[in-house]
Design a protein around this ligand. Sequence first.
Ligand SMILES: *[C@@H]1O[C@H](CO)[C@@H](O)[C@H](O)[C@H]1NC(C)=O
Ligand SMILES: *[C@@H]1O[C@H](CO)[C@@H](O)[C@H](O)[C@H]1NC(C)=O
Length: 421
Amino acid sequence: MGSKVIVIFIILLVLAISVYGTNNDGSFSRQKILEVERKLQHLRKHSLKTIQSEDGDTIDCIDINKQPAFDHPALKDHKIQMAPSYTSAKKGTTEVTKTRSKTNVKLTSQQVWRKSGSCPKGTIPVRRIRKRELLKAHSIDEYGRKKPSILNRKVSDKLNQNVDSFVQQQNHSKAIVFAYGFRYVGGKGDIRVAYPFVEKDDEYSTAQVSLINGSYDYYELVESGWAVNPSVYGDRNTRLFVYWTADGSHRTGCFDLTCPGFIQTNSEIALGATIYPIPIPGGLPYQITIYIQKDEMTNNWWVQYGEEKTNIGYWPSELFMGMRSNAESVEWGGEVYSTAVGHTPHTKTQMGSGFYGSWGYPVAASILGMRVHDNYPMWKIPEWVDKFSDEYNCYNVEYIADYVDDPLFYYGGPGRNIRCP
Ligand SMILES: *[C@@H]1O[C@H](CO)[C@@H](O)[C@H](O)[C@H]1NC(C)=O
Ligand SMILES: *[C@@H]1O[C@H](CO)[C@@H](O)[C@H](O)[C@H]1NC(C)=O
């Protein structure tokens, strides 16, 4: 009898360890280590060249036709598209806005790893996932994915000036402007690069342009911008990212190429790579210009970088349902994830530059040059935008559209302080 109980106990213990992946002393189970090794080996299999970047990143140059996306079951027969079909249709992409004032100096940021080499033709640079971050992830499947959107149905409190606070997502705090009311097939923004402090390793702070379809807790989304995300990247550098989900991040989607999904065509830009140079206080601001646009011929969602619209790659239409036709809204702004938002003590993780959006120029983080693409055949300044912030006292927004040629948007905040205890 006694030995049976012990056997059952041991079986349960083994099961528990394999489910949670960590042993009692915090070390990782043999099974998880093996699983992680297998995944990393698989990803490295098609590497034709390896570049060691001075910021600690390793870049694998992977055969473009063997990139991670093609491990996705829906993409087995997908034929890679090398450029969006709309680039040849020049009329459709001409911008209808006035040139901006000369004082608005723009500098495009670059990537650190390019100092150490480049990827040969026919390959794409893929930032190598580090073993440590993959081991620390709750599961290999969840690595690289944002925490799911789950609604907190709390009654709108009076302190929070935002009437929409009752639809706040658990542990997510956003400060955004969004355009809605049309069928969107494109969104664009010039996102100033910032270096927010992120308090804990499982928290993140991002700034992005997003196209969204669906409800608050279940939606399809594609987005791109910069992120400080230690649990994915292993440090607190500001990095260029793309992200997608087809279900509010419950089971699908991820950053960059960390899961099968996004198809990259560019051989010079590494997703998830550190952005440099780091601006000096009072120096010129750096920015990343992001265009996201659906190709009407293929229904793939393309991402282009910089004013010159360099193709990075695309999310194939196979990943989505509603977004095969269009998105319901375009969003610009910042997001903080922490289990310490929405209550006291609040996280000290900053959004944007760490200054309130309402402080405006020059200290607050900003997104300029916001454009949308709907059924009108050109990029245009969004006509209908709304502001939103989950925690007005922690992170807020300022949108200036009157008496300016081009709307200005400031967002962000310091997280915990006297106003946000
Ligand atoms: C996406 O939008 C379409 C309409 O454009 C709608 O029919 C569909 O249900 C939406 N998808 C989701 C996931 O809500
Ligand atoms: C939010 O944080 C709590 C811990 O405070 C955690 O139990 C919960 O799973 C988190 N929810 C999400 C969606 O991340």
